[in-house]
Design a protein around this ligand. Structure first.
Ligand SMILES: [Fe+2]
Length: 344
């Protein structure tokens, strides 16, 4: 009887797995649709499992918290948000040896609840005609009075800048970070507005000489006939290479606590962590892969080559744990409010 019960339980389990096999994996993502779609299409071709994705720009955490069963997999351009989701109990550990084996240890989320699938550095973009790379050194130097009215940056409150300043607060301490935020604000050439690319457009237009931007925007603009002239006159500088290193932004992939299709969700996550997915990702989004067996796209690996110490896209990273960075967010928002960062 016991065997029969066990046999039936096994059969039921097998049937439920089979029933789920071609159930779509439901994804909630705050990353660009055009950059994720090709990954999902390849995954579906390889496995037969459809992907149903909802794309949004802001409010990922609130959406999952409000409707936890909506998605099996979360994908975010800002891994701090994934860390917040984990801390809120909205994720569950994946059970994948492949992910543990393929992804660099530093990019595994605590308790295997998510992993970082890609990263990019937030760097200094400079007008090649007006600034020499030898004049540049650190993030802190960008805040020095010699760059008065030379700096363009998007809103200080955008996730990218909050992530950058939060990491500074961990790495440099809050006092130095406050001084840098104040100094950056004092050096603004215009009100912080627009997206990252708009800052490059402003450099091209001669409105500013320097901007803080994510590295992948350089090749993305080079690929775009209208934006190519903005990028052509711009050099990319990795700050703090003689100090702690440049700060990175991370993207992340996590398994929701309420997933109803864990097996297929795990398959999608494994695809994104494995060589096929990582190769597509780096050639499509120009981010750095977190799978050490995959080479970064040459279009990012060649950037910064005129700077001593930068070879083949290898640079020194100031690696700040996401769970410590997340704790600085509130304090950083306060600092931004104090200097009224978005007003000039
Ligand atoms: Fe971006």
């Amino acid at each position: 009887m016991r065997y029969l019960a066990a046999g039936l339980a096994f059969l039921a389990l097998t049937l439920s797995t089979m029933a789920n096999a071609n159930q779509p994996v439901r994804v909630l993502a705050d990353r660009t649709e055009s950059l994720l779609k090709p990954l999902f299409e390849t995954f579906t071709k390889m496995t037969g499992i459809p992907v149903e994705a909802v794309y949004m720009d802001k409010g990922l955490i609130d959406r999952v918290a409000g409707n936890p069963t909506e998605a099996d997999v979360l994908i975010t351009k800002d891994a701090e948000l994934m860390e917040i989701a984990r801390a809120k109990g909205l994720l569950q550990p994946h059970n994948s040896d492949l992910i543990r084996r393929e992804i660099d240890k530093r990019f595994q989320g605590p308790g295997a609840s998510y992993f970082v699938d890609a990263y990019r550095a937030r760097l200094i973009f400079y007008a090649k005609a007006r600034v020499k790379p030898e004049e540049l050194s650190t993030y802190a130097d960008l805040a020095s009075p010699r760059w008065k009215e030379k700096l363009c940056i998007r809103s200080g409150y955008h996730d990218y800048n909050i992530a950058l300043f939060s990491q500074m607060s961990v790495a440099y301490g809050p006092e130095k970070t406050r001084a840098i935020i104040q100094g950056l604000h004092d050096n603004l050439a215009r009100e912080p507005k627009g997206n990252d690319r708009e800052q490059a457009k402003m450099i091209h237009a001669g409105k500013c000489d320097l901007a803080l931007m994510n590295v992948y925007y350089h090749p993305l603009m080079m690929d775009n006939p209208e934006q190519r002239p903005w990028a052509e006159g711009i050099g990319v500088f990795y700050p703090d290479q003689r100090q702690g290193g440049a700060f990175i932004m991370r993207s992340a992939v996590g398994l929701t606590k309420a997933s109803r299709n864990v097996a297929a969700a795990t398959q999608l996550m494994e695809f994104l962590a494995g060589k096929d997915g990582q190769n597509i990702m780096t050639h499509l989004t120009y981010q750095f892969p977190t799978n050490p067996g995959v080479l970064a796209s040459p279009k990012i690996a060649t950037l910064g080559a005129e700077q001593p110490g930068i070879r083949d896209g290898k640079f020194k990273v100031n690696f700040v744990d996401l769970n410590t960075a997340v704790k600085e967010r509130e304090a950083v928002v306060k600092m931004l409010n104090e200097v009224q960062f978005d007003k000039r």
